[in-house]
Design a binder for this molecule. Sequence first.
Ligand code: ZN
Length: 337
Amino acid sequence: MGFDDVLGNSRVRKVLRLALQKGRVPNSLLFTGPEGVGKKSLALVLAKAINCLKRHDDACDECAACRAIEAGRFPDVQEIKPEGQIIKVERVREMRQLAYLRPMAGEKRVFIITEAEKLSDASANTLLKILEEPPFFSQFILITHNPDLILSTIKSRCQILPFVPISKAEIAGALEEKGYPEDRARIIALYVGGNFGEALDLEWEEIQEKRREAWTIFRSFLKNEEPASFLRNYGFVRRSIVRDDLEKTLKIMASFCRDLILVKEKGDPGLLLNPDFAGDIRTLENGWSLEQCWRCLGRIDAAISGLNRYMNMSLIISAFYSLLGEDTYDRDRLSRF
Ligand SMILES: [Zn+2]
């Protein structure tokens, strides 16, 4: 895998290649961004590119160094990761000893510190001392999805490269290249919200079950049925553990709502996000007006952005219902929940 084989984040890839071409890769890098967007893959490509025997600004994937790094058996490339909930200070001390020894086989020693937010206080302080005077033949790549938990003194010693979620089109395209049928690739891309790692891990049946559940909830909104099961699942019982789950459900509901709008506006059926639900969606065509559909979509988007800002789950759900309630529910009945 070389720079061109990593999905998304073309800006980060460009920055790293330019730095390699100029021979000026900063000693300490911090890759930040959501999970599943290729931070570790890119760290490995960089480790290969630095030590590649054939190329100087990319991995050739053919030379002995590239192949050994890919297989995880190159002595100068090491990963430091948490054991349980923390990265132990012993691991960082071992890294310090190695970091000041010249590389055994390659151009540079590369240390990839994954889940760097889990450095214990002692580990972080030991790492800070290394980063204050890094040996020129050692390269440090810290990876985290939560830079707020990294000491500011460590951050200030690193060049920070922020990664962004991968676009739906890129994920769908990559899945199709791997042999997924087009419809399925598009649905998975919609479901994972920019996390390609999750797209590869997901079981199709798991997604289908979630979609069926979201469909039942969406349909119950339009048919003015009891919202009890939705609230029982998400509003007041399980709370934080279901935050991600709720976000996914809402995103799928939004996709059904978009499809319903498309159907009502007599749009091109080829543009349906859920083509396999086309028949079901058509049965709801005469329910809400277009205006009500757009308002529902707006509410779903607002609830998703509330979740992303870590608003209280019950508040989000209540706001969601009270606004939908203007169309479909009477407040007396809602007050029972
Ligand atoms: Zn190579």
